[in-house]
Structure formats: C-alpha cells, structure tokens
Design a protein around this ligand. Structure first.
Ligand code: CTP
Length: 415
C-alpha cells in the first residue's frame, strides 16, 4: 500500500484550522486529513455553528489530535488555552469562514474560542470564505474583507460555482488541494528564493502538420510543474511556460501557455530578461514541418511527404543572453537520453552553456515521461555529479532547487 508523501515545506509545522458554520465544513475534514498526511500537526477549533455540520470526533479521527470546541473556552485549562494554541503555530487557516466570522474578525471580536485565538495569533492568517453569493457580494462583507486584507490577512477564494442554495456565483470554498496550495505559498514567503524570479518551462510542444494534426512528444509536464511548485515553496516569484498539458497550475505561479517550439522560444526569451534562474524542463520539439498544410490532408490523396526543419535551440539562445547581460544568473537544462547518459549530458551542458544539467535515462523503468517518479543524475559545470535514487518528481524538484539555491549563492559571491 502506498503512503501519501509528505510536503517538505509543510512537514513538522503546526497549523491551527478554524472551522465555522457552513455546509463546506465537511470539506474541512478532508483538508485536515490532507494536511496531516502532508506531515503537519493540525489543531482544529470548531465554532458552535460548525458543530451543527460536523463533530469534533470527525477531526480527531483524521488528525489524531484533540479538536477544540466552545466548551473548551470555559473548561479547566481555559486560562491558557488560546495562548497555548497560538504559541509556535506556523499558520492559522479558517476554512470555511462564514460572513459572520469574517465580520467578527474585521471588528476584532473575541467572544468565542475561535475568534479569541485568531486575535491572539501572531502567525499568518488565511481565510477561505464560504457563503451564498448575495452574502459575499454584500457591501458589508466586501468592506470587512478589504479591512482584513489591508491588515495583512490572506484570502483564499472563494471560487465560482453552484452553491448549496442552488444559486450559481462566487462564494464556494476553495477545494482542499487549492487551499493547501495557498498555504504552501504563504509559508514559502521569506524562503531561500525570496525576491528571486524563476522561469520554468514544462511539457512538450505541438508542431502543426495541418489544421488537425500535430507532431508531439510524450512529455507530461509533471517534472516542470513540480519544479514550479518547489520554487513557490521557497518564496520565489515563478513564471511557468507550459506546453499543451492538462496539469493544474500551482498556486502563486504565473502561467504562460504555449503550443509550439517557436512560441516557447519567444515566451522564454521575454521572461528570462530579468530572471535569476531558468529551469528548462520542457521537451521542446527539435524539428517541425517546414510547411503547414492549410487544409486537412485527405486520406484519399497520395501519402504525404512531410519535410521537417530544425527549431531554434532555446537554451543556446538564453546562454548567449546570459553572456551579454548576466541574466538569467543560473541556467539549468535537462537531458533526456536513451544511451550514454552521463557523456551525452556533459556534452549538452558544455555546448548549451549551462550551470547544471539533470540527466534522465528515459529507458529506465519508472523514470522519464508520463510517470510520477524519476531517476536522475545532477551534473554541474565544475564536473560535480550526483546520482539520485528513484524518487518522486516532487522529490527530484526538491533536490534540483536545493542545488539551484547553492548555485545562486555562488553566483552572488562571484558578482
Ligand atoms: N532544448 C531547447 N531547445 C530546443 C530543444 C531542446 O532549449 N529546441 C532544451 C531542453 O529543454 C533541455 C535541453 O535542451 O533542457 C536538452 O534537450 P534534449 O532533448 O535532451 O537535447 P537536444 O538538444 O534536443 O538534443 P538530442 O535531442 O539530440 O538529444
């Protein structure tokens, strides 16, 4: 049986999860479970209204820790409880947060355990509104949100969609995975890539043959998307240039969708101008049809001969930019090889002027395209090489980013 992997920037950290009285409270149980699986200590506080929808036992069962309720406010340990709860907490997330709770937060009320704790907390506060569209759009709620926003409270959502009332509009609580994305971004702030701009390319490219057909490759984009997430976890400002893939965008990332190698070339050139790092994980087409047929090529016609032409090498062009302007400061390439892994990767590192190359044996089982795991070797320009065991693409991203932080530090010292 597989155990869900922990999330490095959440692991061993403590979160307070406030749950208030909305039907979305049932989703908070899933959120508490996912946070626990990510490696967090989750202390849940249920408002009196939340207890109408869910029970403390629900949360205790998924977190393995006591879930607190209003009765604890006046219990034996009450005099220290709210202080004890906030002490050492890394974040306080209120999900779902009703219009009523948001109003109380905006006016600094502290008559319940949940609001009292929110007032005492010194850690980042993340609020995930959940309410009917009319309540959300009401000027009173909007003003309360504005006040809290100005005070540095983070808002996650709400999303648009169908609500319990049957109305469709803005007011749905974000899904637990999206809320975890917001938490990762908030906790990433001030990390080792704080103030750095990271450009990541991901996925393959599609080179059109005619209006319906393309030349494509099997890249899933998973490694590139994991790199973008790992950069967010370290507080980086991330631009993700993605080929045609269907993966969800990590929260906090600015995504630019492209289709062809030429579009990826242009988007990358523009994005790296003021960037610190380029992580070129995309599987860019090396060749494209010299001519694109204007009409669909018909089956009954003669078998077509498609002449290919070379695409531009994006990395080679970016290293020329670096030689001229010093930007981006660190260039990382990937080498997908089916033979002579290390030798071919080293030549690519030199030919393309890279600081680091991630060599990837695409013939190895559980590595390469479309799977969740990868087996790679990191090779730097000083000749250092580190062979990593089979690991998840998220774990590979962690290793790569750790190395990138070192290379950036060295580039700072050298400049
Ligand atoms: N790459 C690029 N522009 C291209 C093709 C590839 O910037 N037109 C980048 C890839 O994103 C990757 C690195 O170059 O980071 C190596 O890609 P790879 O496909 O392994 O090598 P190629 O240079 O295409 O050489 P070959 O296909 O012959 O192995």
């Amino acid at each position: 049986m597989e155990i869900a992997p922990t999330i490095p920037n959440l692991e061993n950290r403590r979160i307070l999860l406030g749950v208030t009285g909305s039907i979305a409270a049932y989703k908070a149980a899933d959120l508490a479970s996912k946070l626990t699986q990510a490696g967090m200590q989750v202390d849940v506080i249920l408002s009196a209204a939340a207890r109408k929808f869910v029970t403390p036992l629900t949360f205790q069962s998924v977190t393995g820790r006591k879930a607190y309720t209003e009765s604890d406010l006046w219990g034996e340990d009450a005099h220290v409880l709210h202080v004890g709860l906030v002490e050492g907490a890394d974040a306080f997330m209120i999900a779902p947060a009703t219009a009523n709770t948001i109003a109380k937060l905006a006016t600094g009320q502290a008559e319940s355990l949940l609001t009292l704790t929110a007032l005492a907390a010194r850690c980042p506060l993340i609020v995930a509104p959940a309410m009917d569209v009319g309540m959300y759009e009401n000027i009173a709620t909007q003003e309360n949100i504005k006040i809290l926003h100005e005070r540095g409270v983070f808002f996650a959502g709400p999303a648009e969609g169908r609500m319990a009332s049957g109305l469709v509009g803005k007011g749905r609580m974000l899904e637990p995975t999206a809320l975890i994305g917001v938490l990762r971004q908030v906790l990433g702030q001030g990390g080792s890539l704080d103030g750095r701009k990271i450009v990541v390319t991901a996925g393959g490219t599609h080179e059109p043959v005619d209006p319906v057909r393309v030349l494509a490759n099997r890249s899933s984009g998973k490694q590139g998307f994991s790199l973008a997430q790992a950069a967010i976890d370290r507080g980086g400002s991330v631009v993700l240039i993605a080929g045609p893939v269907t993966l969800p965008t990590p929260v906090g990332v600015r995504r630019i969708d492209v289709t062809t190698a030429a579009e990826m070339f242009e988007a990358t050139q523009e994005s790296v101008e003021n960037a610190d790092v380029l992580l070129m994980a995309a599987a860019v087409a090396d060749f494209r049809p010299g001519e694109i047929a204007k009409e669909k090529i018909k089956r009954k016609n003669d078998v077509p001969e498609i002449t290919l032409e070379r695409t531009d090498d994006i990395l080679a062009a970016v290293s020329k930019l670096k030689a001229k302007s010093g930007r981006p400061r660190v260039i990382v390439g990937f080498a997908a090889e089916s033979q002579k892994l290390i030798k071919n990767a080293q030549s690519k590192l030199e030919e393309k002027g890279l600081d680091l190359i991630i060599a990837n044996d695409i013939t190895a089982a559980d590595a390469g395209f479309a799977v969740d795991t990868n087996r790679v070797t990191l090779i730097d320009r000083e000749g250092g090489s580190e062979e990593l065991p089979l690991m998840t693409k998220a774990a590979v991203a962690e290793e790569v980013l750790q190395k990138v932080v070192e290379l950036l530090g060295a580039a700072d010292d050298g400049s």
